[in-house]
Write a protein that binds this ligand. Structure first.
Ligand SMILES: CC(C)(COP(=O)(O)OP(=O)(O)OC[C@H]1O[C@@H](n2cnc3c(N)ncnc32)[C@H](O)[C@@H]1OP(=O)(O)O)[C@@H](O)C(=O)NCCC(=O)NCCS
Length: 220
């Protein structure tokens, strides 16, 4: 279980998802999309991360655990606590100068010809409304542009007004509806799309929002 802890507003980085992130990403996914869990099991992220059309980013914070001077510890204890890092790499270790990586949210995109399709975006429950979801969306829009996509599409539950508000802020507009799309409750999917993400108006709008986001969350 990912535990809640206080985190500085800007104390995370956004970077490509790595294999070692998958357990935490899966947990956030299952928490955010309980009805879809069956279709996105742990193993599918293992596949996705090596899928050439898929691109996943995570918001990740690194915290160095409170440490005492490890040289004062008996050698056997020092060896035991370092063993996970020696065997699996530093990310798995949680002691003595190594860093714990906490995933706060993730976003996934598929590139299909000139279309970028957002597969999922989610922020861990305890870290919502801190600007992280918006930061992830900004990053994935920039990634899509860098991968030469012309526009970005997605599906969202008709009832998910908070996600729709986020997308609308970034000029996604409703372009269709799939009736009864979600099999768990028969809910409709709303299809949303941007216009050209390389157009002057879209890039200027995103740039404005990006600066406002930085002023709100990072410079304060
Ligand atoms: C949607 C989600 C990713 C937003 O992440 P977040 O970090 O909480 O969002 P942010 O703090 O960055 O908010 C950015 C914008 O999103 C919208 N938003 C986010 N939460 C909202 C809420 N509870 N009510 C209304 N609007 C909301 C607002 O437009 C907000 O901009 P504002 O601060 O100028 O009002 C998050 O709520 C989540 O993980 N939800 C569950 C998974 C999900 O529904 N994903 C989308 C599936 S398509």
């Amino acid at each position: 279980m990912i535990k809640s802890c206080l985190v500085e507003k800007a104390d995370y980085i956004i970077r490509p998802m790595e294999d070692v992130d998958i357990p935490q990403v899966s947990e956030i996914d299952h928490q955010a999309f309980p009805a879809e869990s069956l279709f996105r099991p742990y193993t599918s992220y293992k596949h996705e991360i090596h899928n050439s059309v898929a691109h996943y980013l995570v918001a990740c914070t690194e915290t160095t655990p409170p440490d005492t001077d490890s040289r004062k510890e008996p050698w056997l204890r020092r060896l035991l606590v370092r063993l996970p890092a020696m065997l699996f790499g530093a990310e798995h270790s949680n002691s003595y100068g190594t860093q714990m990586k906490r995933i706060l949210g993730f976003v996934g995109l598929w590139i299909m010809l000139n279309e970028a399709h957002i597969i999922a975006i989610a922020v861990e429950n305890n870290y919502r409304r801190l600007g992280i979801g918006e930061d992830l969306l900004i990053a994935i829009i920039e990634l899509a542009a860098g991968l030469n996509a012309d526009f970005i599409t997605l599906e969202v539950r008709a009832s998910n007004t908070m996600a729709q508000a986020l997308y609308e802020k970034y000029s996604f507009r409703v372009v269709g509806r799939r009736s009864g799309y979600y099999s768990d409750n028969g809910e409709d999917a709303v299809l949303m799309s941007t216009d050209s993400i390389t157009s002057d108006s879209f890039t200027a709008h995103c740039q404005q929002l990006k600066e406002a986001h930085r002023r709100k969350w990072k410079d304060s």
